[in-house]
Design a protein around this ligand. Sequence first.
Ligand code: ADP
Length: 598
Amino acid sequence: MAGKHGNIVKGNKIKALKSKYLLFIISIILIIAAQVGIQYWFGQETGLSLLLSALAVLIIILEFVFIFLPSLRRLTSANRKLVRLRKSLEDSERQYRELVEGAADIIYELNSEGQFSYVNELMLKMSGYTREEMIGRFYLELIHPDDRAYAASFYRNKLKAGEETSYLEFRMIGRNGQTTWIGQNVRYFYEQSWVTHVRVVARDITEGRLAQLALKQLKEEAERTTRAKSQFLSMMSHEIRTPMNAIIGLTNLLGDTRLTPEQKHHVQLLKFSGENLLTIINDILDFSKIEAQKIALEYIDFDLRELFDKTIEIQRQRADEKSITLKYHIDPQLPQAFKGDPVRIIQIITNLVSNAIKFTHEGSVTVNLVQLATAGETVTLQIDVTDTGIGIPSDKLETIFESFSQAEEATARKYGGTGLGLAITRKLVDLMGGVISVKSTEGNGSTFTCVLTLERGEVNVQETEQPPEVLAIPAGIHVLVAEDNQVNQLMVTSFLKKWDVKYTVVENGVAALKAIQEQRFNIVLMDLQMPEMSGYEVTEKIRGMDEPYYTNIPIIALTASAMTEVRAQVLAAGMNDFLSKPFHPDDLKRIVVKYARF
Ligand code: ADP
């Protein structure tokens, strides 16, 4: 509206000016015509002609004063304005040029062909080219050969998509082959759909890139080291486990022979130390597996009450030995069945309760299990393990969860342990999506709190273990022992002999396969790592045979690994159950009884 109004006003002014000039010209013409007419008719000068001349002069003066002078003034002022404008334009152009030339950024322009049409000083300095060498050069020539194809396709795609701006990082290669990492912002100018030119502002990012690269290398190096460490620990502990199994197994056998009271005591100490050592090895193995992210949690149904009852009962013996009261309370509203990894939950509770007993000299250890909340199919529960023991100094409360960390230097000497238990516990709780924390006052005991959210599950009553009174081995059964390690053979066979069970021993997978086909066995105890053919392979071959004998014969894995993933593999290969080495004689007996009826 305002614009339209303005235009009308401007149009009127022009019209008024035009009519003034017209009036002036007409008046002059009229006066001249009158003069000529008077002279023509009267032949000489008359008063009238003088009057007309005077009138003409007056009109000219008036016109000069009212028309020419203002116009002249306006013209001069417009001219002055123009001069000022030109000066300020020149100033801003100079400023702009100085800014662009002296900028801390690289600035350049490319024409529609991708050739340099403008470059600033910094670009010349960094590339090492002169302005003459640069103008007309193709921008791709300045991109490092390794980045060229990528950059070309990047910009092609941007142009195809009609993008207005883009950002890309690449290596620029200078006149003398020097490499600079640059990050460049490009603005594209189009006419219709054709790009006319592009304007680029870029920055040297070499330092940041090199730092990034160094950081990446450091990280990779650290990861490699951690992996190597984990592999080493895992291999070492596996290697140590094998002879340890023999030591503990043979100690069990030795304990069953006729011994003097002193020898019996020594054997008990031997067994205790052996089992202790095995716990430490298992901790290291577990920890390195968790660190190498090689641990997979199981997701199966389990009975939480039964699991707690059993775990606490196992610990009660140790509490009794130290005359510590072990109290235990479970929230009655908690559901019975959950889904998750029962073995790992046992490990968490065992770690916390055994630490509480270990670091308490008198008083009690209390385990409390309460339901905090339920939401749909999930239940959030809190496990508190409180003791009246030595407590933890406040500055050590956070570090005790770190690996190989103990509250005091004297802890290992006084109480034993490696400082790995809580690190493993926290990692397991993390893996389950839970939280673990501790509150403690030095000298006044500690409370470890673990909050877990678990899914409700179902428990099959038939799956619960058979009562101990049925532990009688049926007469006349025949067991195949497929095991290459002689100590392990000795351990298994000496117990079988003791229970009057007939057995056959084979030392490798091929012999096991042959034996199963040649004779009828009631149970096969199968080592997993055997020469010639592994226990897995033998089982798969047997299960693949037609007769019901081959599909039904109970095959029990003898495994040196207590890892849950091995358990899953064993079952997937078609075996019925597994026995971890070193096994307790009772466990072997339970297995034999359970599967003997085949
Ligand atoms: P370990 O028991 O093998 O030394 P842990 O990782 O289980 O290793 O525990 C780390 C340290 O935390 C222990 O050495 C001990 O100093 C401290 N700690 C753990 N539990 C308790 C507790 N209940 N009372 C006092 N100190 C504890």
